[in-house]
Ligand binder design. Structure first.
Ligand code: GUN
Length: 298
């Protein structure tokens, strides 16, 4: 094994720093008599993961000084009713941005809901206009997880230009936008990007060839040490809830990387929890601030 020290990409610390930066800006806005940014969130049903994510988003809004509104529906809500709520938020001048927490129950078309959101308030960056603008490098709302990962790479000055980045996973909210952003002509970016997924042949060879691996498969401990090159940078997006008898909550968040065996081989790695997760939430806050300041769309 080469002689190098593994560094943690500490999303918890970086997000705390960003939280402070955002809170200071909100304070300045307030003092200048400007409009306090307002994020609304629609939560359907009582899925444990979604409840936690939305509660964290609402709490972080309070911490940075935003106004927040949580709108809840039961699982049985109709698509029409949800579309009416989206329309209401689209037309509410006090709401700068809003999100509809996914996944939605099967009888509701997620795509239809996403497309109903005014792209100028789509702080999740899921609307096709935002996705399209991102893919051609125009100002837009970038979805929070990829945006958070870019910010983490940036704040640790991780070299990306000319590197081979392997993205594992091709979801619309992480894998695809991540691949697009890592190949963009920019920093962080300028990578040669390979996207692998559940149907990929020779995935292990691809990973062994990677300088940077971003794992977003949702398969606990998928990435093993024998798939990773010495000195690689590893970003773990996985957050599967595994039953645990030792935690208060009764579960333990498990990443997509077998951390204990992979960490010694890499130059940088994100922990789970405390890596990508907090960066995702703070990136949503940043998008909300941009929405409040009308910095992307007038
Ligand atoms: N479900 C999982 N991740 C996300 C996210 O970033 N935004 C929303 N709205 N739902 C999600």
């Amino acid at each position: 094994m080469e002689d190098h020290k593994t560094q943690l990409l500490d999303g918890k610390a970086i997000s705390a720093q960003m939280k402070q930066e955002i809170a200071e800006e909100v304070k300045r806005i307030k003092e200048a008599g400007g409009k306090i940014p307002h994020l609304a969130a629609i939560l359907v049903g009582h899925d444990g993961g979604s409840e936690t994510y939305v509660a964290n988003k609402v709490r972080t809004c309070e911490e940075v000084g935003f106004k927040s509104t949580l709108i809840r529906f039961e699982d049985e809500v109709s698509e029409e009713e949800l579309l009416r709520e989206v329309d209401k938020l689209n037309n509410d001048p006090d709401v700068d941005g809003f999100i509809v927490q996914l996944p939605l129950p099967n009888h509701i078309s997620e795509q239809r809901i996403i497309e109903a959101i005014d792209y100028r308030k789509d702080v999740d960056g899921f609307h096709p206009i935002n996705v399209g603008r991102m893919s051609i490098g125009l100002p837009c709302f970038v979805s929070a997880t990829p945006a958070g990962i870019l910010e983490l790479l940036k704040r640790y000055n991780i070299p990306t230009c000319g590197k081979h980045c392997v993205v594992l996973g091709r979801s619309n909210i992480v894998g695809k936008p991540m691949a697009t952003l890592m190949m963009q002509k920019n920093y962080p970016g300028d990578c040669t990007v390979t996207v692998c997924h559940s149907r990929s042949a020779n995935l292990k060879e691809m990973c062994l060839n990677a300088d940077i691996i971003i794992v977003a498969l949702g398969v606990p401990e998928f990435l093993k040490a024998d798939m990773v090159k010495e000195g690689a940078v590893i970003v773990d997006v996985g957050t599967t809830r595994m039953p645990s008898s030792v935690t208060k909550t009764g579960y333990k968040l498990t990443g997509d990387v077998r951390f204990d065996e992979v960490a010694p081989k890499c130059s940088y790695i994100t922990p789970v929890p405390g890596g990508v997760g907090p960066m995702t939430i703070i990136s949503l806050m940043r998008n909300t601030l941009l929405a409040g300041k009308k910095e992307i769309y007038k």
